[in-house]
Design a protein around this ligand. Structure first.
Ligand code: PSU
Ligand code: MN
Length: 333
């Protein structure tokens, strides 16, 4: 192994105080072992519900210091629904599924926490780096650990101006190849929503509205586009998950699109105006690649007096709670 990877091939340092219980071993028989927290491990072993949570929204999607509070609050919301939260991240080169509060604090407050899509995972592991996981990286790690249900705010997708920039989130491709149920408020409204829906269709990813026949618009309850399927209860979602397994088709995801309540959405007129400004500013400053999404989200927070943040949080909170109920239905099944 050392030869292949050269100087960066050695296992990253254990962080201080880390135990050396067998499941904490970084390399085992030449294979990477996920660090699954004790609580998550026990829940999975006994068939209790578990909900995966991503960490990019914490490290790069929300302003500090509110982000830590939100991270803890989201974990609490999962517990309120009787499920175990499994926030994922890479710490000192070790991929974690389930974080302790001190580890969540690092993700929320430490400088130099990278944004890791699934393609970045091997690079971060070999380099011993720390980073927050996007939807794509979280879905990969969660599925490897055996977690089937995952909650986030809004998925990444096809960006506006795609014909020029070719910017499409890696979230879509990964969800086409990973058996996981993602509860989200649609895709971020900073994106080209119809193009993203088309890509999901092309990639063969199942999409259903939860309690709605409209595809949600992240900050808005309705993106203006319809969905073909509507699910109304956690048991109905679990039945689709079981049917996915029985059909044994490609290992694609199920997207449960759950709208923010209309009473908590961002004012659509304000949304349209500020978003247009944000996209112009992003273009003028030449922001590209991974930086685009955090830039736009931050611009909206600053130019809506925090109203976009409130809507974002309302959406995530609702998704996390629903994911807890879906995980419970799934574990009953
Ligand atoms: N949802 C939110 N806030 C976020 C994100 C999603 O409410 O910050 C993150 C997710 O981690 C998603 C990522 O995977 O944005 C997409 O980034 P990109 O467009 O660079 O793929
Ligand atoms: Mn991108």
């Amino acid at each position: 192994r050392g030869g292949r990877f050269g100087a960066v091939g050695r296992p990253p340092k254990m962080s201080e105080g880390a135990s050396r219980r067998p499941w904490d071993t970084f390399w085992r028989r030449e294979r990477l072992v996920l660090v699954v927290s004790e609580e998550v491990r026990q829940a999975l072993a006994t068939g209790r519900p578990v909900v995966a949570l991503e960490s990019t929204i914490i490290a790069h999607g929300l302003p500090r210091p509110r982000n830590l509070q939100v991270a803890l609050e989201l974990e609490e919301a999962v517990r309120d629904e009787g499920a175990v939260p499994a926030t994922t991240a890479v710490l000192d080169g070790r991929p974690h599924v389930g974080l302790r509060p001190a580890q969540l604090e690092r993700i929320a407050g430490e400088d130099g926490i990278r944004k890791l899509g699934h393609r970045d995972l091997p690079l971060a592991v070999a380099a011993g780096a720390s980073g927050a996981t996007t939807v794509s990286a979280t879905a990969l790690l969660a599925a490897r650990a055996g977690v089937r249900v995952f909650a986030t705010g809004g998925l990444g997708g096809v960006h506006r101006e795609w014909t020029v920039t070719q910017d499409e989130s890696a979230d879509l491709g990964l969800l086409a190849r990973t058996r996981i149920t993602v509860v989200c408020a649609g895709v971020k409204s900073i994106l080209d929503v119809p193009a993203t829906l088309q890509r999901l269709e092309t990639l063969g990813v199942a999409v259903a509205g939860y309690g709605t026949s409209r595809f949600p618009g992240f900050y808005l309850a309705d993106s203006g586009h319809p969905v073909d399927w509507t699910l109304r209860t956690p048991d109905e979602v679990a039945a689709v998950m079981r049917a996915q397994d029985m059909l044994a088709g490609p290992n694609s995801a199920l997207i449960v699109a759950h709208p923010v309540p209309e009473s908590e959405q961002l004012d659509p007129v304000l949304h349209a105006r500020v978003l247009a400004d944000a996209l112009r500013e992003c273009d003028e400053r030449g922001v590209t690649g991974q930086a685009v999404t955090p830039f736009l989200l931050d611009y909206l927070v600053r130019h809506t007096d925090g109203a976009s943040l409130a809507a974002n949080l309302a959406a995530v909170r609702g998704n996390v709670r629903l994911a807890g109920r879906i995980a419970a239905a799934w574990s009953r099944m």
